[in-house]
Design a protein around this ligand. Structure first.
Ligand SMILES: NC(=O)c1ccc[n+]([C@@H]2O[C@H](COP(=O)([O-])OP(=O)(O)OC[C@H]3O[C@@H](n4cnc5c(N)ncnc54)[C@H](O)[C@@H]3O)[C@@H](O)[C@H]2O)c1
Length: 327
């Protein structure tokens, strides 16, 4: 599909990821970008930088109300299905989180079918793997949810359902669809809702208050941190491609300890504070082991996507943005 000249809808348009997808679409010459959000979690400030661009329309709409979608999707070439509740907000409000992530997603696919939308790119998560087994994890790995906390387990199940909807609507109704499994997404316009990216932003805030950054356990927990601009680029490449019915990891393949994250933060801020060790007991957790070896071979082969922003540069971008925000 041609991005240039196209008309696209982003559900959850006021999200971290949705706002960057909008930037990317506009940079590639999209004719119209509709940001649909009910502001349950995101705020219009997330996309305030797009005010004044007459190709962008911010629509207050709820994916739980299918009529909101019929109107917005009419004449759209593609939909980025990004609206959703992450593990943290879903754990805080299971009835609404489950409704949005499951019933809301069904509405998105039904409205796409009705409106003749050609393609959907669904925001899934590596949480769909659960707590992974040792070794390289590719998209054929089974879900291992047994050791997950209940909230994380529910979130994972909603992402597996979204992925199955992609495959069903692609095979049965001719709505092309790709599910993208992101690892820990971080970057400019970062929020406080991501279980793992929270380490970054909370520790940055602590350092700026003159408090020692905190590490959980011995600091050896690893995550695969992928910059939001790379995630946005993967979304637009998936939309532009002929690929359908597939699930693709959007990961760097790099394992970074939380100790390393804190070192980089201290370095960027020029702080001499020493990290302190905290138990982290009671926190909502998602994937949290000392090994996380995710494969990006499939997305490289199918879309030609590779990450471009390394962790040091990405954290610097996040901090530059954060430092420019009012408290
Ligand atoms: N951030 C990550 O690390 C990460 C990792 C893997 C997957 N994902 C997935 O990517 C997507 C976006 O993540 P994010 O971090 O940008 O999320 P976010 O929390 O910034 O945004 C979610 C958006 O959805 C909107 N929303 C909620 N309910 C809605 C409804 N009923 N109708 C319309 N809009 C509604 C919220 O207001 C918010 O703007 C989510 O589906 C998430 O599960 C995120």
């Amino acid at each position: 599909m041609q991005i240039s000249g196209g008309r696209f809808v982003v559900t959850g348009g006021a999200s971290l990821i949705g706002s960057h997808v909008a930037d990317r679409l506009l940079a590639e010459g999209a004719r119209e970008v509709i940001l649909l959000d009910n502001f349950a979690l995101g705020t219009p400030e997330t996309v305030a930088h797009l005010n004044g661009d007459d190709r962008v329309k911010l629509v207050r709409g709820d994916i739980l109300r299918i009529n909101d979608l019929y109107d917005a999707f009419k004449g759209a070439d593609g939909v980025f299905a990004i609206a959703g509740f992450l593990t943290l907000p879903l754990t805080q409000n299971p009835p609404l989180g489950l409704a949005v992530n499951v019933e809301g997603q069904v509405n998105v696919f039904e409205a796409c079918r009705y409106a003749g939308v050609k393609k959907v790119i669904f925001s899934s998560s590596i949480a769909a793997y659960g707590e992974p087994e040792a070794g390289l994890i590719d998209e054929s790995a089974p879900a291992n949810l047994a050791s997950f906390q209940p909230g994380a387990k529910l979130y994972s199940c909603t992402k597996l359902i979204g992925e199955a909807l992609c495959q069903l609507y692609s095979a049965r109704y001719g709505v092309d669809a790709v599910a993208l499994r992101y690892s820990t997404v971080y970057g400019e316009r970062q929020h406080y809702r991501g279980v793992n990216a929270l380490y970054i932003i909370q520790n940055y805030d602590r350092i700026m208050r003159g408090e020692r950054p905190q590490l959980t356990g011995d600091g050896s927990e690893v995550h695969d941190y992928v910059h939001v601009a790379d995630v946005a680029r993967a979304n637009v490449m998936a939309m532009a491609s002929e690929v359908t019915g597939e699930i693709l990891n959007v990961v760097t393949g790099d394992q970074t300890t939380i100790k390393r994250i804190v070192e980089i933060l201290l370095d960027i801020t020029g702080s001499s504070l020493e990290p302190e060790y905290a138990s982290g007991g009671g926190a909502v957790k998602s994937t949290s082991g000392t090994e996380l070896d995710l494969s990006r071979a499939k997305i490289k082969a199918m879309l030609g996507w590779e990450p471009e922003v390394g962790i040091e540069a990405g954290l610097r971008r996040l901090i530059d943005w954060r430092a420019a925000q009012p408290d």
